[in-house]
Design a protein around this ligand. Structure first.
Ligand code: SAH
Ligand code: SF4
Length: 364
């Protein structure tokens, strides 16, 4: 019989601990003669950064060995790391079960630590300026694979004496094309027994999947919603964010308004600045007309250059000028710092570099 040399048959691999439901894990513990309260010990150890069952010294040795025979502590395998901003930014590329890869970026500030997390391997939306969108779509992540990125970041920060305080869904993927796993992962990250990150400190960024924004308005998870706008007129947004052809910009803003009024949370509008494309006075005026008198905040993101795209970043002066034009429209506007540029930090860029290196290694 043909046998594959690659260990990518997921069914042959031990399940990852965080993929197992509470009920299933409790009944496993019972079957192995351990008390149900051991579940909280094991989960607590993972949340505090244990990377093996062996480290869980408060558990009896036999139980540690049985756990090790049955489960993996995490399903993520870190395969590349890059640092930037004098080590204030760390980007990790993880391999998932089945072989796809995703990125997560830790950003350290004086008053908080933020993780930029991935929800999909690749992205089916295909924005032409985005490194992630250039690769063929891989797959949705399961809730535990999203949570494991946060657990690993929290572990890394803990060794430095810090706590993971904020999470932004701005890594690879469109979170609202993977809605149920994303919401499940938010609930888990917020769980006081797990990482205890308040949903208010979790930003979900979307290119604009209207039905899911409406669904979010019905959930009791008060995350901060960020809308990747990038253009205020359909004609331009149809090109920059192709999902706009299905969910046009005015309807998108109406859905975001619905979320703002239901949750009382200010919506944040992202605007990646592409020189000569969406940074003119006309763009600022259109944005002003679209968002005036709303509970909104505009975040300008200078474009992080991606090879083989027709776009370039505006100059510092260009960014300042556009910011003033937007502020003159009466909008609340800030410029996002360009953290992680050297760490290939715009979504998909480390993945892109590693894939190119792999291709080159395969050729030589
Ligand atoms: N898919 C979601 C979330 C991931 S992208 C979304 O699009 O909102 C997170 C943010 O990074 C989005 O606002 C996206 O437009 C922006 N982005 C993507 N590529 C970028 C680049 N090369 N430079 C700057 N921002 C980029
Ligand atoms: Fe997908 Fe967001 Fe990149 Fe667009 S910007 S391709 S929606 S990850």
């Amino acid at each position: 019989m043909f046998s594959s040399p690659y260990p990518s048959e997921v069914s042959e691999i031990k399940p990852a601990l965080l993929s197992v439901s509470r009920a299933d894990f409790e009944s496993w513990l019972q079957d192995h003669g351990a008390a149900a309260y051991r579940r909280a010990h094991v989960i607590g150890s993972v949340m505090r950064g244990a990377t093996s069952f062996e480290e869980m010294r408060e558990l009896p040795r036999a139980l540690r060995e049985q756990l090790d025979a049955a489960y993996r502590v995490t399903s993520l395998r870190p395969i590349a790391k890059s640092e930037a901003d004098r080590s204030l930014t760390t980007k990790t590329l993880y391999e998932l079960d089945g072989g796809h890869t995703v990125e997560a970026v830790v950003m350290r500030y004086s008053d908080r630590s933020t993780l930029c997390i991935s929800s999909q391997a690749g992205c089916p939306v295909g924005c032409p300026f985005c490194a992630t969108g250039k690769f063929p779509f891989g797959r949705n992540l399961a809730a535990h694979e999203i949570e494991e990125q946060a657990v690993d970041a929290a572990r890394m920060l803990r060794t430095e004496g810090h706590r993971l305080s904020h999470v932004v869904f701005m890594g690879m993927g469109e979170p609202f094309v993977n809605y149920s796993a994303v919401i499940e992962s938010v609930r888990r990250m917020a769980d006081p027994e797990r990482l205890a990150i308040s949903p208010r400190r979790i930003v979900v960024s979307t290119s604009g999947v209207i039905p899911r924004i409406e669904q979010l308005s019905q959930e009791k998870v008060p995350v901060t919603l960020a809308i990747s706008l990038h253009a205020a007129r359909d004609e331009l947004r149809d090109v920059l964010v192709p999902i706009n052809r299905k969910y046009p910009v005015r309807e998108l803003v109406a859905a975001a308004d619905g979320y703002a009024s239901k949750s009382g949370r200010r919506v944040s509008y992202e605007w990646v600045m592409l020189a000569g494309v969406n940074d003119s006075e006309r763009d600022a005026k259109e944005l002003g007309r679209l968002l005036r008198k709303r509970l909104a905040h505009v975040n300008l993101i200078p474009f992080n250059p991606v090879e083989e795209t027709p776009y370039s970043a505006p100059s510092r002066e260009g960014v300042r000028r556009f910011k003033e034009l937007v502020a003159a429209e009466g909008l609340n506007v800030t410029v996002r710092d360009t953290r992680g540029r050297e760490a290939d930090a715009a979504c998909g860029q480390l993945h892109e570099r590693v894939m190119k290196e792999r291709e080159a290694a395969a050729i030589t």
